[in-house]
Design a protein around this ligand. Structure first.
Ligand code: NAP
Length: 286
């Protein structure tokens, strides 16, 4: 496993397991436990995914069995817009996540969307960070202009920005801006989120063949090699193992460049984040 150092000195694994859409709690618990057993140390959940409790049980089981120590794990969860009405609602949401995860601290806590009163949410997060309840704090789905405004305004800088990043949505401008503010980029949907059919792309298949790897491993490595933390989600153990096995090869500069040519200039976010219906849904309206 490779690690990246956040600006506060904390080490974050470059690859973790995402658990979005793992609604079946027993399945989520089993999958997270197996992933930890296989060597995963970063787990990415959210209040919105309704499976923090399952993640907590898997972590307890793995640490009780001595598979790893709690300190070796890097658990991320997120604050949803409906909990960002004011500092009190955000504080309650942080407490609830800690209880559901059954943990006395969270490694990384993110503002899930730049919606609602996220500055109030951030102030509650800053307080919880100062109390040691949140080791690192960051944001998600912050576009370059929103992130720049945020970094120029808040007291404690965000350490991470989790955004959609894959070969079909390269977002070099977002990475440049994050570099300027020393914010580590983290990719959601690093495999394309089940869209774009990368597994049947001839160029990706040829690169994979050359390295004796799979398309999934090539895509994940492409992000990691440009300094992006990846969070592939799978409920299948063979894929979980496959996605983890990316640290023994290097893509050439030409391969990196060729993969980036798949960029469409927009991703799933374009259809969602710029749609007022999505905003209303995030704010709790049907
Ligand atoms: N911050 C945000 O707003 C946000 C938004 C979306 C996601 N996320 C985070 O990012 C994580 C990953 O994103 P995602 O789940 O949307 O997309 P993803 O990880 O890019 O793709 C997941 C899809 O790929 C399949 N898959 C996984 N490994 C594979 C392999 N080796 N070969 C072929 N198919 C494979 C999975 O199916 P199976 O499960 O059937 O294997 C699933 O359908 C989430 O779980 C979540 O933690 C965050």
């Amino acid at each position: 496993m490779e690690y990246v150092t956040l600006y506060n000195g904390i080490q974050m694994p470059m690859l973790g397991l995402g658990v979005f859409k793992m609604q079946d709690k027993q399945q989520c618990e089993d999958v997270v436990y197996e992933a930890i057993k296989h060597g995963y140390r970063l787990i990415d959940t959210a209040m919105y995914y309704t499976n923090e409790d399952a993640v907590g049980r898997a972590v307890k089981k793995a640490t009780d069995e001595g598979i790893c120590k709690r300190e070796e794990l890097f658990i991320t969860t997120k604050l949803w817009p409906t909990d960002m009405k004011n500092e009190d609602t955000a504080k309650r949401a942080i407490d609830t996540s800690l209880k559901k995860l059954n943990m006395d601290y969270i490694d990384l806590y993110l503002v899930h969307q730049a919606l609602g009163d996220y500055f109030s949410g951030w102030r509650a997060m800053e307080d919880a960070h100062k109390q040691g309840l949140l080791k690192s704090i960051g944001v998600s789905n912050f576009y370059p202009n929103i992130l720049a405004n945020f970094c120029e305004t808040v007291e404690i800088q965000p350490s991470v920005n989790q955004i959609e990043l894959h070969p079909y949505f390269v977002q070099e401008d977002a990475l440049e801006n994050m570099k300027y503010y020393n914010v580590i980029p983290e990719a959601w949907a690093p495999l394309g989120g089940g869209r774009y059919d990368p597994f049947n792309n001839e160029m990706l298949k040829n690169i994979a063949k050359k390295h004796n790897k799979t398309v999934s491993q090539v895509i994940l490595k492409w992000n990691v090699q440009r300094g992006v933390v990846v969070l592939p989600k799978s409920v299948h153990l063979d894929r979980i193992k496959e996605n983890f096995d990316i640290f023994d090869f290097t893509l050439t500069a030409e391969e990196m460049k060729n993969i980036s040519t798949l960029d469409m200039g927009y991703g799933d976010t374009r259809t969602k984040h710029f749609d007022p219906n999505f905003v209303r849904m995030c704010m709790g309206k049907k």
